[in-house]
Design a protein around this ligand. Structure first.
Ligand SMILES: *Cc1c(COP(=O)(O)O)cnc(C)c1O
Length: 412
């Protein structure tokens, strides 16, 4: 079987198929297409999100708080669903904050991280009484000034750029020079300054990376995060109330990837919790996850418009593409392009199979949803499904490119 094959893909082992049609969210895909009113679209399965949170909670020590990082999937209906499952939300912009507030979340459960928060966004955050993860000394000054103007004592946490990195991560967010957070060695001085300001110190936010499938790398980063937090807590102006340890939990995207094994992460956290609570008796320990909570709960669906053979290679040309799903095209953080798990949704097993490439309607060779993959033989009208599309899908894609209409979204 070629390396492009998805038959052995971890994600495809447990899909449900009836009459060779994919069952999604308990319903035949063709019915979902009818409900949405046609292709292309993203569909998210609320049950899959609930199950994921349940599995995590069962595995992790009970004192760990789970936050949802909204940028993974900010669809309001998804956010509304997640609010009832998790202990808090992390927003990365004023726009995300507006969605969060709009879904009725209580402000003390929302934190706001991100470099380059504008005065307008900070003023909105101050007014909303959420926790601001401060990413620089000058941002601290701006938060203090805006809080004074508003007559509000804003809750702040210090986002730390740690002196280590999360090894073998999809995206490195820490270690070395970074635009995120305040360098660990500068944090004691910032805490001294914070003491003189009329702000409520909450604790630390230490996020070191994303999309990691190696438990030992995640454990190592969590241990170092805990040690760093304990060191920094000695300089805290008041008792540390929260430690946001970031996330980094990955999902299997490509052939050969396996699901993240949680047991060793849970064991490591169980050992860290008493150490952290010993040094910081009031501390609430938070994991903030985006992709891991929603990534596997979503599919992207488009329809074959044309089937053509060019010099022996089959191309299925669809009404969807990189303008809707940049990540599946391989242009969002991948170094070497690999195929996401893809099937023909109305002919999943398909007795007749062939090697085909799935492309979109854009005039660029980058618009590739599957590159020479083994698929059921498909023709115009058939449905193409891209799995692992619940996170960093629609909102991480250049929808304006070539002026096609945006895809719809549905939560089932
Ligand atoms: C992006 C981001 C996350 C979510 O990362 P995932 O890989 O989706 O879990 C969490 N926290 C911060 C600060 C982020 O920037």
């Amino acid at each position: 079987m070629s390396s492009g094959s998805v038959r052995g893909h971890a994600r495809l082992r447990d899909i449900q198929v009836v009459d060779d049609c994919l069952i999604f969210g308990g319903r035949p895909l063709v019915d979902v297409v009818e409900d949405v009113g046609g292709t292309p679209f993203y569909a998210y399965d609320r049950e899959a999100m609930s199950d994921r949170v349940k599995t995590l909670r069962r595995a992790l020590p009970p004192s760990i708080h789970l936050h949802y990082a909204m940028k993974a999937n900010p669809m309001p209906a998804v956010v509304e669903h997640m609010i009832h499952l998790v202990d808090g939300l992390d927003v990365a912009s004023g726009g995300e904050l507006e969605v969060a507030i709009g879904q009725g979340v209580s402000p003390e459960l929302v934190s706001f991280a991100g470099p380059g928060k504008s005065d307008r966004e900070l003023a909105y955050a101050v007014e909303s009484r959420i926790v601001i993860n401060v990413e620089s000394d000058s941002e601290l000054t701006r938060v203090a000034n805006l809080s004074e103007e508003a007559g509000s004592r804003t809750k702040v946490a210090i986002r730390v750029n740690p002196d280590f990195e999360l090894k073998s991560s999809g995206m490195k967010m820490s270690g070395g020079p970074k635009p995120f957070g305040i360098d660990a060695e500068k944090v004691p001085d910032v805490l001294t300054r914070l003491k003189k300001l009329d702000l409520e110190f909450r604790g630390f936010h230490i996020f070191s990376g994303s999309q990691n499938l190696r438990p030992e790398a995640i454990c190592e980063a969590q241990t170092k995060t805990a040690e760093l937090a304990i060191r920094l807590s000695e300089h805290a102006p008041s008792p540390v109330k929260s430690l946001n340890m970031g996330g980094g939990f990955g999902i299997p995207y490509f052939a050969g990837d396996e699901s993240l094994e949680l047991n060793s992460i849970a064991d490591n956290l169980s050992a860290l919790v008493p150490r952290l609570q010993g040094a910081m008796p009031d501390v609430e320990i938070i994991l903030e996850l985006g992709r891991y909570l929603v990534g596997e709960a979503g599919i992207y669906v488009c329809r074959v418009i044309d089937r053509k053979v060019s010099r022996g290679q089959v191309f299925l040309v669809t009404d969807g593409g990189l303008h809707h799903h940049l990540a599946a095209s391989g242009n969002f953080g991948q170094v070497i392009r690999k195929n996401y798990p893809v099937v023909v949704g109305n002919k999943v097993r398909g007795e007749q199979r062939e090697i085909a490439s799935v492309v979109g309607p854009l005039c660029t060779p980058l618009d590739l949803l599957a590159d020479r993959m083994e698929l059921a033989v498909a023709d115009a009208g058939d449905l193409i499904v891209v799995f692992q599309s619940g996170a960093y899908g629609l909102t991480a894609s250049p929808t304006a490119f070539l002026s096609h209409p945006p895809p719809k979204e549905i939560l089932i």
